[in-house]
Design a protein around this ligand. Structure first.
Ligand code: SAM
Ligand code: DTB
Ligand code: SF4
Length: 326
C-alpha cells in the first residue's frame, strides 16, 4: 500500500465525508493509517500541573478557573519554581515523558511571574523531559523567550468551531486564538491545539473544527481531544457527556486527516472504561495525560494506567523521540 500523503488542502466536504463514514470502516482505515506512520503500542505520556490556579478573567463556559462562575476551586498564585521542579521529578518517576505547565491567565504579562515561568521551563527541561506550557495569549517576544528557555510545545486549544465559539466564550475571539497559534509557530515551537467534545456542539461544528486543524500547514504536532469534564457551578455543569462513539469518530477522523500528529485522548478519559480507551488507541489516539490530576479535575489513577499499559502491552514514548513506525 502506498503511504498516504500528508495533506493540508482538505476541503470541508472531504472532511465531512470521512467523518460520516460507517464507524467500523472509519476505525479500520484510521488504524491502517496509524500503523503507516506510528509504531504500534507506543503512547506519549504527558503530566499536567496547574502552576497558577483560578481567578481567570475569561468566561469559558466549561472552566473551573473562571472568575465568572462559583466552582469552589481553590485559587493560588504562581507556585514556587522548586515546587514545580519537584512535581516534574515525580512525574518523570511515574513514567511521564512530557510535563505540561498550565496557568489560568488570559494572556502572558511581562512581569516577575513570566520570569519565574521561564525558570520553571529551564528546570523541567534540565530533567530530560519535554516541556509544554499553556498560558493563554502570547506575543512574539514571549514565545521566543519560552523557546529559548527550552520549551518544546505550546498548547492553545481552538475548543470548537468558529461558529460555535461565541456561545462558549465571549471574552475573546476565534481570531485571537488563531493569532496566538501563528505566533507560537513563528517562534519555532511545536503547536498543540485541539478541542473539547460535549459543549453542546453539533456534528457540523466538530467537522468544522477538524477541518480548521487539518488545514494548518504544517499540521499541529499534537491535537488534544478533550471530553468535557463537567464542573459544578459552570454553565456546562449539566451538559450531556459525549458518547464513546462520537469520541472514537473524532479521533479516527483526526488520525486520517493528520497522519503524523499526536492525537491525545486528553481530559475526560476517566469516564471511559479500559476497553473504550483501547478502542480510542486502535482508532489512532497515541498520547494521554498520565497522573492523578489534570489541572483542577481528577484524572485516571496511576495504578489503573499501569494496569492498562500492562494488559495492552503499551510503552511510553521516550522524550524527544521521533515517533517512527517500526
Ligand atoms: N488559560 C489558558 C487557555 O485557556 O489557553 C490555559 C489553560 S486552559 C484550562 C487549557 C484548556 O483546557 C482549555 O483550552 C480547554 O480546551 C481545556 N479545558 C478546560 N477545562 C476543561 C474541562 N472542564 N473539560 C475539558 N477540557 C477542559
Ligand atoms: C488540554 O487540551 N487539556 C488539558 C491541557 N490541554 C491543558 C486541560 C484539561 C483540563 C481539564 C479540567 C481541569 O482539570 O480543570
Ligand atoms: Fe481562563 Fe483558560 Fe479557564 Fe478560559 S480555559 S477561563 S482562559 S483558565
Amino acid at each position: 500500500m502506498e503511504k498516504p500523503k500528508v495533506r493540508s488542502d482538505w476541503t470541508r466536504a472531504e472532511v465531512a465525508q470521512l467523518y460520516q463514514r460507517p464507524l467500523l470502516a472509519l476505525i479500520m482505515e484510521a488504524a491502517a493509517v496509524h500503523r503507516e506512520f506510528h509504531p504500534p503500542g507506543v503512547i506519549q505520556t504527558c503530566t499536567l500541573l496547574s502552576v497558577k490556579t483560578g481567578g481567570c478573567s475569561e468566561d469559558c463556559a466549561y472552566c473551573a478557573q473562571s472568575v465568572h462562575y462559583q466552582t469552589g476551586v481553590k485559587a493560588h498564585k504562581l507556585l514556587d519554581v522548586t515546587v514545580v521542579e519537584e512535581a516534574a521529578r515525580r512525574a518523570k518517576a511515574a513514567g511521564a515523558t512530557r510535563f505540561c505547565i498550565g496557568a489560568a491567565w488570559r494572556e502572558v504579562r511581562p512581569n516577575r511571574d513570566f520570569a519565574n515561568l521561564l525558570e520553571m521551563v529551564r528546570r523541567v527541561r534540565a530533567l530530560g523531559l519535554e516541556v509544554c506550557a499553556t498560558l493563554g495569549m502570547l506575543v512574539p517576544w514571549q514565545a521566543r523567550a519560552l523557546r529559548e528557555a527550552g520549551l518544546t510545545a505550546y498548547n492553545h486549544n481552538l475548543d470548537t468551531s468558529a461558529a460555535y465559539y461565541p456561545r462558549i466564550i465571549t471574552t475573546r475571539t476565534y481570531a485571537d486564538r488563531l493569532r496566538t497559534l501563528q505566533v507560537v509557530r513563528e517562534a519555532g515551537l511545536q503547536v498543540c491545539t485541539g478541542g473539547i467534545l460535549g459543549l453542546g456542539e453539533s456534528e457540523a461544528d466538530r467537522i468544522d473544527l477538524l477541518h480548521t486543524l487539518a488545514t494548518f500547514e504544517p499540521h499541529p504536532e499534537s491535537v488534544p481531544i478533550n471530553r468535557l469534564v463537567p464542573i459544578p457551578g459552570t454553565p456546562l455543569a449539566k451538559a450531556k457527556p459525549p458518547s464513546i462513539w462520537e469520541t472514537v469518530r473524532v479521533i479516527a477522523t483526526a488520525r486520517l486527516l493528520m497522519p503524523t500528529s499526536k492525537i491525545r485522548l486528553a481530559a475526560g478519559r476517566e469516564s471511559l472504561s479500559p476497553v473504550e480507551q483501547a478502542l480510542c488507541f486502535v482508532a489512532g489516539a497515541n498520547s494521554i495525560f498520565l497522573g492523578e490530576r489534570l489541572l483542577t479535575a481528577p484524572n485516571v489513577p496511576l495504578e489503573a494506567d499501569q494496569a492498562l499499559f500492562e494488559v495492552l502491552g503499551i510503552q511510553a514514548q521516550p522524550a524527544f523521540a521521533e515517533n517512527l513506525p517500526t
